[in-house]
Design a protein around this ligand. Structure first.
Ligand code: SF4
Length: 441
């Protein structure tokens, strides 16, 4: 029999073992799929492996015909064993979640994405594929000593800037790649600015009412002044090659809730420099504020969506004081103003690649003419997401994540594919590619 990807399990101490006689499997919406080598990408050094407590591993028989529930150590010790999941590195999109069964004691898993993991020909793999080759957030490229050195330097440059102080703890305490890139003066600089939000996403990483599960970092608790924001933005734009600066970071609420301040800040930045991209990661709930930001000089927006269908959007974002219609109006307004529009498409295997969502995405891209889809894994407990969102998709209606990404970009060749907010240089390179495609007709 041809060698197949092996199931990985963990013991109570978190030690990981491959099981040579059980095939690795993936899960999508509770459906079990035998993993093929073509589903896998070698585990990137920045990925992490997790053991999942209060759950039992599920694999397949060697032929991939039957699901195999692993109730205890398959090597016969009788002790418990646990599923292993991979938290894929930035730039990789997850095709299958880890296959497991919850026990009665199972609580909600923390806010990470849980890719199926496997062992094959002596190496670790994850059910994933690369959607962006940029090394913007690769830890190997982040020299921590240089970060600390610049944190000290910036204390002298900006002694009274509260936003720089905030980014110091983001970089040094929480290890935020965006904050580290600010102090390394490269790629995308973060401009967190808003403690408030008008959405109540079930997967919000800074606000989990009733401690549904733990948040990954606290929210910024002040609104920086336009001058503090502009100081950080202009410094990054002047120091970084092909720079991007972005509102709407993982350590804040919705930037549009600080609209007045941001309009003044963007105007100050553009008064000082025309270089770089000023971007906003946003829930796009306030087209009126965006209109003024575009006038002030905002260049691009990245709109966060778990689905392009209202019913599923509402179940995840639980919008308060705005509607899915406002989000669509913001996207159209941005295109009318000639701005670059990306979708931060929070993907979930089994749902995102369902025939229903795929069809709706095609209509959405055709209708809005957006510029880019950023295929980003939704960080949420797989079984809980399926339950909470009341999702129902038959396995025969699951097209495959890889196929879905391929087919969307094949049908819309002008649509950029990626994971990170593009710089001016990258937008231009894509623009040139589009021109060549159009010239070829
Ligand atoms: S839009 Fe962002 S900050 Fe607001 S609830 Fe959702 S994830 Fe949290």
């Amino acid at each position: 029999m041809k060698e197949f990807p092996k199931l990985l399990i963990a013991n109570r101490n978190g030690e990981i073992f491959d099981v040579p006689f059980i095939r690795a499997a993936g899960m999508k919406g509770g459906e079990i799929f035998p993993l093929e080598v073509s589903d896998l990408a070698e585990l990137h050094p920045d990925s992490e492996l997790f053991m999942l407590p209060d759950r039992r591993p599920v694999g397949c028989d060697a032929g991939g015909k039957e699901a195999v529930r692993v109730l205890s150590d398959p090597f016969g010790s009788g002790s418990d064993c646990f599923p292993v999941a991979a938290f894929a590195a930035p730039g990789f999109s997850v095709s299958h979640n880890t296959a497991y069964e919850e026990t009665k004691a199972a609580g909600q898993l923390p806010l990470f994405s849980y890719a199926a993991a496997a062992f094959y020909k002596g190496k670790f793999y994850a059910a994933s594929f690369r959607v962006d080759s940029e090394r913007r957030q690769e830890l190997s490229g982040m020299n921590v000593d240089a970060v600390e050195e610049n944190v000290r330097k910036y204390r002298e440059y900006f002694p009274r800037n509260r936003l720089v102080r905030h980014l110091e703890s983001c970089a040094l305490k929480y290890g935020c790649p965006a904050a580290k890139n600010f102090f390394l003066e490269r790629y995308e600089g973060p401009l967190p600015s808003s403690p408030e939000c008008n959405a109540r996403c079930i997967g919000c990483i800074t606000h989990q009412p009733g401690n549904r599960c733990s948040v990954t970092q606290p929210r910024i608790n002040f609104v920086p002044s336009p001058e503090e924001i502009a100081e950080v933005a202009v410094s990054h734009i002047k120091n970084a090659r092909d720079p991007v600066v972005s509102f709407g970071q993982g350590c804040e609420g919705e930037p549009l809730m600080a609209g007045e301040t941001l309009v003044k800040a963007v105007a100050l930045v553009r008064k000082s420099t025309s270089k770089g991209v000023i971007n906003m990661n946003t829930n796009a709930s306030r087209p009126d504020i965006l209109d003024r930001l575009f006038e002030a000089g905002l260049d691009s927006i990245r709109v966060s969506l778990n689905s392009v269908r209202k019913e599923y959007y509402d179940r995840y974002y639980l919008p308060s004081g705005y509607s899915f219609g406002d989000v669509m109006s913001s996207i159209r307004l941005a295109k009318k103003n000639g701005k670059f529009v990306s979708v931060n498409y929070l993907t979930f295997p089994g749902f995102t690649d369902s025939r229903g969502e795929f069809g709706a995405l095609r209509d959405f891209v055709r209708d809005t003419d957006i510029d880019m889809v950023q295929w980003r894994n939704l960080n949420y407990d797989p079984a809980a997401y399926w339950r909470t969102m009341k999702l129902k998709v038959r396995s025969q209606d699951m097209r495959g994540m890889k196929e879905t990404v391929h087919d969307i970009h094949a049908e819309f060749p002008c649509l950029m594919k990626g994971y990170f907010n593009p710089s001016r240089g990258r937008m231009k390179r894509h623009g040139d590619k589009v021109k060549r495609l159009e010239a070829r007709g």
